[in-house]
Design a protein around this ligand. Structure first.
Ligand SMILES: NC(=O)c1ccc[n+]([C@@H]2O[C@H](COP(=O)([O-])OP(=O)(O)OC[C@H]3O[C@@H](n4cnc5c(N)ncnc54)[C@H](O)[C@@H]3O)[C@@H](O)[C@H]2O)c1
Length: 266
């Protein structure tokens, strides 16, 4: 049997935003997803604001025998998103999968502390980025006879961080759930499925900068005695993008080791 016979995403063209590989410990959710999607046969368009970080992901995909092209783009900018989608279609002739991974919680504070600019910045990176990418992708998925979009939220949407609140991040990650559900209904008639992954406390390079006590606290906040990493998100993403999930749309899938079952501080 040919190796490709069993690949879940064979023949698919996929965009992953925030697909760069930071230096440092662990693997980012987006980088792991891009690498695993390519291993499952998809041809990848990597989108990231940092060119060198994408080079590392591209090299990992190439070493596995996969295909990837990269686009340096800021997904908070609508024109950049349009260019990224255009590159996918010009390079591979179609677009079937979009994984909206970019998001961030650098804005801190309550409604009293966060400024209007903070809210705009957080909304722009966590929600508008997904709207821009989806807006330009959906028409191509429709032409291809269907597709799948996965939006990355966070357990913070349901369990705001105790003691170090970020109201803008919580609100925007909750908005990703609403966006997913609205999109799932809007685009179901075009055979486009839209789902959401809700990562728990993952060990990725972004959080690795707070190693030591922070890592220990995150590990002990999760019921399973296993640390979550980028690959856990990637496997969920591959499932949702695959035909095995052909009847799954509008779901919110926590990948959190049981974190949402607890009220532990994060
Ligand atoms: N790491 C966690 O514990 C955790 C928990 C819950 C949710 N999440 C969510 O998972 C997603 C990925 O998080 P991560 O920690 O793996 O990765 P990350 O935050 O380190 O970012 C991954 C990549 O996104 C790129 N990026 C950032 N802003 C961009 C922009 N405006 N345009 C294009 N690229 C941009 C970065 O250059 C980087 O290569 C985010 O949506 C995050 O909110 C992460």
């Amino acid at each position: 049997m040919d190796r490709r016979d069993n690949l879940r995403l064979d023949g698919r063209v996929a965009i992953v935003s925030g697909a760069g590989t930071h230096g440092g410990q662990g693997v980012g959710n987006g980088a792991a997803t891009a690498i695993l999607m390519a291993r499952e046969g998809a041809r990848l368009v990597l989108v990231d604001a940092v060119s060198e970080w994408m080079d590392a992901t591209k090299a990992a995909i190439g070493a596995d025998g996969g295909q990837a092209t990269s686009v340096v783009a800021d997904v908070t900018n609508a024109d950049d998103c349009e260019r990224a989608v255009k590159t996918a279609v010009e390079t591979y002739g179609a677009l079937h999968l979009l994984h909206n991974n970019v998001g961030g919680g650098s804005v801190r504070g309550s409604v009293v502390e966060a400024t209007e600019e903070d809210w705009q910045r957080s909304t722009s990176i966590n929600v508008m980025s997904m709207i821009h990418m989806s807006r330009y992708s959906v028409p191509h998925m429709k032409s291809a006879g269907g597709g799948s979009i996965t939006n990355v939220s966070s357990v913070t949407a349901l369990r705001p961080k105790a003691g170090a609140s970020s109201a803008p991040y919580t609100v925007n990650k909750a908005a990703v759930v609403g966006l997913t559900q609205a999109m799932a209904l809007d685009h179901a008639p075009d055979n486009i499925r839209v789902n959401c992954i809700m990562p728990g406390l993952m060990w990725t390079p972004r959080v690795a900068s707070g190693a030591g006590a922070m890592r220990e606290m995150r590990q002990t906040s999760t019921p399973l005695p296993t640390e979550g990493e980028g690959w856990d998100i990637a496997w969920a993403a591959v499932f949702l993008a695959s035909d095995e999930a052909r009847f799954v749309t509008g779901v919110v899938l926590p990948v959190d080791g049981g974190f949402l079952l607890t009220s532990a501080p994060n």
